[in-house]
Design a protein around this ligand. Structure first.
Ligand code: THU
Length: 162
């Protein structure tokens, strides 16, 4: 027997940063500030990520590039590994991501790359509660997704190892 199944998920699209709830504006503002501290001399593509922890604290990361290109790391993983390293056991409520290029205006929401989705999914799976994702460019609309799992269907997690 062959079964076909459709996998779909809901997103919320805000016309602009101004439409976000106050709490989400604060989180995105932290991501914008982190973005402005990015070290991206090779791509000129600056990304910032901020994470809201269950204890109310916000931690940030940005992309860190390297002359040996693959040695660099995306903003989302810098942020989430920082959270994991410094606040183990504290749940992650949300992550806001924003990108800006020195070469053109990024006017569409910046989506996390596949490796970052996998890294974030590790923490979501571990904590058993969804991590909300907010994505923004430099200008334009903001996309909200209620769980990382939506962005990584049929994902790999620790259960496969047991
Ligand atoms: N980058 C991120 O920081 N996050 C992503 O999800 C996609 C890409 C960074 C990596 C690199 O420093 C630059 O953007 C160009 O790919």
């Amino acid at each position: 027997m062959i079964n076909q199944k459709k996998i779909s998920f809901d997103i919320t699209i805000y016309d602009s940063f101004n439409e976000l709830k106050e709490e989400d504006q604060s989180l995105m503002t932290a991501a914008i500030q982190a973005r402005q501290r990015a070290y991206a001399p090779y791509s000129s593509f600056n990304v910032g990520a901020s994470i809201l922890l269950d204890n109310g604290k916000i931690v940030e990361g940005n992309n860190q590039e390297n002359a040996s290109y693959p040695s660099g790391l995306c903003a989302e993983r810098v942020a989430i590994f920082y959270a994991g390293a410094n606040y183990p056991g504290v749940k992650i409520k949300a992550i806001a991501i924003t990108a800006a290029s020195l070469n053109h205006e990024v006017n569409e929401p910046a989506a996390p790359c596949g490796n970052c989705r996998q890294a974030i999914s590790e923490y979501e799976f571990k904590q058993g509660e969804p991590i909300k994702i907010l994505m923004m460019g430099e200008t334009g609309s903001v996309i909200e997704c209620s769980s990382l799992a939506d962005l990584l269907p049929l994902g790999f997690n620790s259960t496969f190892l047991n």
